[in-house]
Write a protein that binds this ligand. Structure first.
Ligand code: ADP
Ligand code: MG
Length: 246
C-alpha cells in the first residue's frame, strides 16, 4: 500500500499538486486520470523518489527497491547508442549491482522477457529503430525484469497500436493477480471502467480516490476535466454501454 499525505509540489513557485492525500491499495490496477498539466507525472515521480515535494509524505509499505517505473515516452533519448537487449538488462541492475557481469541465467531471463513482449527479434537493434509500440514493450520488459511489487507507468497506452495495448493490459492484469500493485497514468477516457478497479482523479487538487464504481461519475468527472465535459459525457455513455454489452 502507498500512503500519500498532504503532498504539495511546485515548479518555480507554480503549484502543481495541492494538499493531495490518498491511499493506493495493494494488488489493484489503479488509474491516475486528469487533464494535461494536472500533476499526474509529478505525483508519480514523487512516489518513485525522482522529485522532492515541497511538503507532505509518501509512505510505501515494504522496500523502495521494489518499485519499477516507466516514464513517458518523451523522457527517453531514443538516439542513445544502446541496444534493446542492453536496456532490458538494466532491469536486473538492482539484483546484479552495476559492475557484476550477468550470468547465463540472467541473459536467459532477459531473452525470455523480450520474447514475452514479442520483441526478441529486435534484441540487438538500437532502441531508436523500434516502432512506438515496440519501444513501450521494451520499457515494460525492463520493468518486469525488476521483479518489483509496485509498477508505476506514465501513459503506457498513449499513442500505441491496439495489439500492444492489449498485450500490456494483459501483462498488468496478470501482475495484479499475483498481488502486485499497478499504477497507470491514463489518457483514453473510454477505457477507464474496463481497465481500472481503482481511480485517482487529479487536477492539481485531488478530486477523488477510490474504487472505480464509487468515484467514476459525472460530478467527479466535471471537477477533474472542467470544460472538456461534453467529451466526457460521451465517454461515460460509451463505457456504460460497453459494460452492458450494447
Ligand atoms: N520540470 C518542470 N519544470 C517546470 N514546470 C514543469 C516541469 N514539469 C512539469 N511542469 C509543469 O507542471 C505542471 C504539471 O505537470 P505534470 O505533472 O507533467 O502534469 P501531467 O502529467 O498531468 O500532464 C504542468 O503545468 C507542467 O507544465
Ligand atoms: Mg504527464
Amino acid at each position: 500500500m502507498i500512503e500519500i499525505v498532504d503532498l504539495n509540489a511546485a515548479y518555480d513557485k507554480k503549484p502543481v499538486l495541492w494538499n493531495v492525500s490518498c491511499l493506493l491499495p495493494e494488488g489493484q490496477m489503479i488509474g491516475v486520470i486528469g487533464p494535461n498539466g494536472a500533476g499526474k507525472s509529478t505525483l508519480i515521480k514523487i512516489i518513485v523518489g525522482l522529485i522532492e515535494p515541497l511538503s507532505g509524505s509518501v509512505k510505501i509499505k515494504g522496500s523502495k527497491n521494489k518499485i519499477a517505473y516507466v516514464g513517458q515516452r518523451n523522457e527517453v533519448d531514443w538516439d542513445f547508442p544502446i541496444t534493446v537487449y542492453e536496456v532490458a538488462l538494466m532491469g536486473l541492475i538492482g539484483k546484479l549491482g552495476l559492475w557484476k557481469r550477468p550470468t547465463r541465467q540472467d541473459r536467459k531471463k532477459v531473452m525470455e522477457t523480450l520474447d514475452q513482449l514479442g520483441i526478441l527479434p529486435y534484441a540487438h537493434r538500437q532502441i531508436g529503430e523500434l516502432s512506438g509500440g515496440q519501444q513501450r514493450r521494451l520499457f515494460v520488459a525492463r520493468a518486469l525484469l525488476q521483479e518489483a511489487d509496485i509498477y508505476l507507468l506514465d501513459e503506457p497506452f498513449a499513442a500505441i497500436d491496439i495489439t500492444t495495448e492489449r498485450l500490456l493490459f494483459d501483462i498488468f492484469t496478470a501482475l495484479t493477480k499475483e498481488g502486485k500493485t499497478v499504477v497507470v497514468v491514463h489518457h483514453d477516457l473510454t477505457q477507464i471502467k474496463a481497465y481500472f478497479s481503482y481511480l485517482v482523479m487529479l487536477n492539481i487538487h485531488l478530486v477523488a480516490a477510490g474504487p472505480t464504481e464509487t468515484v467514476f461519475h459525472y460530478d467527479n468527472f466535471s471537477k477533474t476535466f472542467g470544460d472538456q465535459v461534453s467529451i466526457l459525457e460521451e465517454a461515460l455513455k460509451l463505457t456504460d454501454s460497453k459494460k452492458q454489452g450494447v
